[in-house]
Design a binder for this molecule. Sequence first.
Ligand code: FES
Length: 123
Amino acid sequence: MANVTFSSRVLPKDVTVYAVAGDRGTILSVAEKHRIPIPFECRDGECGSCLVEIVTLTGKTMGSQLTEKEKAMLKSLGRITAAELADAETNDVMPRFRLACQTIVRDQDILVRFLGDQPGDAV
Ligand code: FES
C-alpha cells in the first residue's frame, strides 16, 4: 500500500488516498478514482497535459520506469534534465516531474502537485 497525497490550488485541501502498489495503476487512474481533477487528454504519454510534480515522502525513492515516449515528452516540455534522466535510468530515482498517465504507483508515499486549471501546467 502507498499513500498518495494530491495537492493543488483547485482542491479545498490536500487529499491523501491509499493506493495498491504494483497493480499497474497509474497516478492518473488513482486520481480519477478519487475524483481528483488532474487535467489530461490522450492518456498515452503523447500530449503532456497530465504533467505533475512528484515528491517522495517516505521510503526508497523509486519509480522511474520512464518509457521512451515519456522521456521524449518531458524533454520537449523542458521538465527533465540530463542529470535526472541519468539518475532515473541508472539508480531508479524518480525525476521531479512525471506524466500522471504514465507513472505507476509503487510502494512508497508520495506527494503529487498539479495546478489543475491549465493542462500540463504543474506547480
Ligand atoms: S494525458 Fe496525455 S500525456 Fe498524459
